[in-house]
Design a protein around this ligand. Structure first.
Ligand SMILES: CC(C)(COP(=O)(O)OP(=O)(O)OC[C@H]1O[C@@H](n2cnc3c(N)ncnc32)[C@H](O)[C@@H]1OP(=O)(O)O)[C@@H](O)C(=O)NCCC(=O)NCCS
Length: 226
């Protein structure tokens, strides 16, 4: 129905509107991604804050409200929920103060004299590494420097302060292993097969819900042709 004073938009106008909407959605997705972050296309940042020199593998998706710290590496096909904090920086605990004024001039840059004290270099913990096919639940904190193995699940609300083995499900504060997704032999097979090196197109026809058969099929796809 046409409202008074409005005319129906033409096909070309509708196409332009659709294009502009898509452009706006894309800008919203990427607006918090640092220019020095490396995203292996395609990655869906979903509006998450991705800091300097972080790197994220293809088909990983994140959601608004999540923060990935400087230098973090994240593998392929990861699912990262909202409210997640990966590798937040840590302050010195054995200095005069825990405040950052001792080592940087951020936060109060505009206050006269704030840049006066001679800053002392603060060495932070090494960066955080998340493997491939990791599912990080809502509101998880992964402590800076932690390594999370391929296929792991970090349960909602956990504080993950120790390395997580491949395909482990962890949860709680501090996070402990709840169980493993598969038996040890199957996990070793996943580590050999590395299905995440394939594209979804290459995995057409795989019986994803039958793990032994799926691993057989991936092995066949990856076997060098005779
Ligand atoms: C971890 C999770 C995947 C469940 O795994 P599960 O193996 O099915 O776990 P179960 O429900 O059988 O629970 C097993 C034990 O782990 C505990 N547990 C489960 N999730 C937990 C969590 N997030 N933190 C702490 N403990 C948890 C249970 O209380 C239970 O303990 P008990 O044996 O002492 O009773 C699920 O609880 C979870 O956290 N999902 C994330 C959901 C989410 O954030 N989605 C975001 C969308 S991307």
């Amino acid at each position: 129905m046409l409202l008074r004073g409005h005319r129906e938009s033409s096909g070309a106008e509708r196409m332009i509107i659709k294009y502009l909407r898509r452009l706006r959605a894309r800008r919203r997705q990427y607006r918090n991604v640092s220019k020095s972050a490396k995203l292996e296309w395609p990655v869906s940042p979903g509006g998450a804050i991705i800091k300097d020199r972080a790197s994220i593998g293809r088909y990983t998706y994140l959601i608004r409200g999540t923060r990935v710290a400087r230098g973090t590496t994240i593998g392929r096909f990861c699912t990262i929920a909202t409210g997640v904090d990966i590798g937040p920086p840590e302050h010195p605990m054995d200095w005069m103060s825990v405040h950052s004024f001792q080592y940087n001039t951020g936060h109060f840059r505009d206050v006269p004299g704030y840049d006066k004290p001679r800053r002392i270099k603060h060495k932070s913990r090494p960066s955080t590494a998340i493997g491939h096919d990791v599912w990080i639940g809502t509101k998880v904190v992964v402590r800076r420097g932690v390594k999370v193995g391929d296929g792991a699940i970090l349960g909602a609300g956990s504080f993950v302060n120790k390395d997580v083995p491949p395909h482990a499900i962890v949860g709680g504060i501090p996070a402990l292993v709840i169980r493993y997704r598969f038996d040890a032999a199957t996990i070793a097979r996943f580590q050999r097969v590395k299905w995440w090196t394939l594209t979804p197109q290459e995995m057409d026809g795989i019986t994803f819900n039958d793990v032994d058969a799926a691993l057989d099929q991936i092995e066949r796809i990856k076997a060098p042709a005779d």
